[in-house]
Design a protein around this ligand. Structure first.
Ligand code: GMT
Length: 377
């Protein structure tokens, strides 16, 4: 059918929410009938099983001896152009500005204006990298030259305009989760491995980078555990992890805090929790809070970035100022000692995830953007 498109997608295949969202979007588009070509350095980790409309094109980087740093960006741009030409792509949808939007800009110059570039900004590409003078002008160029730019929150649109001093249109396209995967799972058996019947479970899932303020997670938990017997489950890995492990030891919380490392089946793992902690100082969206919400788990976190657009304070969780661990601990205690409130929030979470962040709506938004840049009704 004519209305089906050939779409190239580039993302970070092995880490982070941006890669997860890009891969899940590609899978949905393929299920709908579009032809989707992933162009990346490895197979996206959430790609899953074979689908006739999904193709993967690997970027191979030259290791010629004169290169001190192998030029991945140039190889990616060339691969994008090759795939666009041979597969007759309509759209190249790149997730994360650096280097993907820049590579797409180069690819478009190699292919011609028939190839339309859509760039999705995910957060740290603007809130961290665009603050760096060595990258700022390049990011601004790539954003201005994209045929459409989307952002995962209003707050990120605001910050992009402010940091890069640009005025072009940016479409708001919130993230989503696949409802067939993210729903409340029966995790009672797994929960029993950590917590007794009358104990509570708090959880933090992240890449343990400084912006996540994982130390605040420990401070919140410390206060909660003094009032309510509970356990803290950490999911993920990252640079702050060793520091956190030392802090847990110093506080004598080793038997209360459990490190699960990286986990694939996040829906199942999150379903063990009574509350998700997200005390970040930067968070353009906070995909993990949506994953939790879709499993009926409220979030206690901060008002950073786009979190308030996702978590409704008092309805699907509680939000406090960045660093206000006392308030976040109080909010957790309130939630964990008040079964009516917990049940109300759980129901509100399930409803909000389904109604306001549905995969169908998000895919429709992206399709509308694709057809718009192609000038097709
Ligand atoms: O959370 C991270 O630091 C990873 C990062 C990424 O690039 O994958 O996440 C960003 O994109 C996610 C998907 O859109 C958002 O949900 C995260 O909020 C955003 N992270 C930050 O803004 C710190």
């Amino acid at each position: 059918m004519d209305s089906f498109l050939k779409i190239g997608i580039t993302c970070y295949p092995s880490l982070g929410g941006s890669g997860v969202v890009a891969t899940e979007l590609g899978k949905l588009l393929a299920e709908k009938g579009h032809e989707v070509h992933f162009i990346a350095h490895s197979v996206p980790f959430r790609l899953g099983s074979y689908h006739k409309n999904i193709f993967y094109h690997e970027v191979e980087v030259s290791d010629y001896y004169v290169f001190r740093y192998p030029p991945y960006d140039l190889s990616l741009a060339t691969k994008m152009a090759q795939v666009a030409k041979t597969q007759e792509l309509d759209i190249l949808h790149v997730h994360y500005a650096v280097p993907h939007a820049v590579c797409a800009f180069l690819a478009k110059h190699m292919v011609g204006d028939s190839l339309k570039v859509v760039t999705t900004l995910h957060g740290t590409d603007i809130t961290v990298l665009a603050q760096d003078e060595s990258l700022k002008d390049l990011i601004r160029l790539a954003i201005n030259e994209s045929d459409a730019v989307t952002s995962v929150s209003r707050d990120l649109i605001r910050e992009t305009r402010e940091v890069l001093d640009i005025s072009r249109d940016i479409d708001l396209t919130y993230n989503f989760v696949d409802e067939r995967v993210y729903y409340p799972r029966d995790a009672r058996n797994c929960r029993q491995d950590f917590a007794g019947a009358d104990e509570k479970v708090l959880m933090h899932v992240s890449n343990f980078r400084p912006v996540k303020r994982v130390s605040d997670v420990v401070d919140i938990f410390h206060q909660v555990n003094e009032q309510i017997p509970s356990h803290l489950l950490f999911v993920g890995e990252g640079p702050e992890l060793p520091k956190i492990q030392c802090k847990i030891k110093e506080l004598g919380l080793c038997d209360r805090v459990h490190f699960l490392g990286k986990q694939d089946d996040i829906a199942h793992v999150i379903s063990m929790a009574d509350v998700l902690l997200l005390p970040s100082e930067k968070e353009s969206f906070g995909l993990v809070a949506l994953e939790a919400m879709a499993c009926g788990v409220p979030t206690v976190g901060t008002v950073a970035g786009g979190i308030p657009e996702l978590v409704k304070h008092g309805e699907t969780g509680f939000l406090a100022s960045i660093g206000d661990t006392d308030q976040m601990a109080k909010d957790c205690i309130n939630l964990l000692t008040n079964p009516d409130l917990a049940e109300r929030m759980r129901a509100a979470c399930l409803k909000r995830a389904r109604c306001d962040f549905s995969s169908e709506q998000t895919m429709a938004n992206y399709e509308e953007i694709y057809y718009r840049v192609l000038n097709r009704p």
